[in-house]
Design a binder for this molecule. Sequence first.
Ligand SMILES: [Zn+2]
Length: 339
Amino acid sequence: MSPEKAHTLEPSADAPTPTTETSHAQERTEIATSDAPPTQGSQEPKPPPFPEHLRLEVEEFSRKTDAFVKSLEPLLAPYRGLLEAMKKERKRYNAWLEAHPQRVVYYQDIGTYTACQYMPNVEIRDTPEMGRGVFTTAPLKQGDLFLAEEAIVFAPQEDDPLIVSLLGMFANPWALAKELIQIDPERQALAAQLYNAHTDKSAHLLQQLAQIQAASTHTFPNAAPETLVRWIGTAQSNAFCFQVRQRKRVGMYILASMLNHSCSPNASFSFEGTTIVIHAQKDVPTGEQLFSSYLGGRNLPVERRQQMLQERFHFTCRCPTCTTEAASTPAESPPPTTP
Ligand SMILES: [Zn+2]
């Protein structure tokens, strides 16, 4: 069996989450989804608190059916301006879809991802050293879109101080794991096939879960700790962080997770709402592997990169950049001249 590859992206506990949205997305006007939308004048009645169960539905508004949108209208009526802003966002997203010949891949489309027909000009193959990887089947030009995929699950990023302090960088996957235990078996089966780099930390994670359970009974999910630990590891190895209308989210994407890491990547990703969008960053000939960076594009020295990749994804990067930089480490450089 070929080793599974460590992949995906990088939620960082010790640095601000890198902005992953496209410049287009960043220019979007902020849409008020807060509990207290601004009111003009004191005579305006204060809307009721925003119903929590609608929060994620509202973020998914862009790609819901017309019938669903209609059914939400009376529920969103008290939140002045929200419905109009959502409709505008929905229109913008649909225009984006129409402007791209490739359709967005949903988990229902994926089937067996080794023969996914929805990724133009690329395919997933096994590699000798990196598990699965994404390869071109036709030349890609710089800027070509080769994958747009909807999350199988996404969640607000975790900000519970206890969980963040205990699980540290696992905080965001914790939020995702709580969703993963609730989704349908079809999506769970897809997620279960993703790489988990943290199986050796199970005992440690079980201890931390016990502490969380003791301290926050009301938020602890109804699942066996072993199941939670497995999903936390899977999420940690595969979670993508992004922002939707200024709100931090974490999501899981099956096909996007197949991209391996390089410190000099030839592909880069951004987000359209909750859809991940991946473009070639340079011209890539047929048969080449596509790589993204799991380090959020930060410019770090080779030792720090290797340390982060090892801690978070359990692999040693052997990309051309690391190979070159490792060959010229200070230890092997000529000693500095003394004054
Ligand atoms: Zn590297």
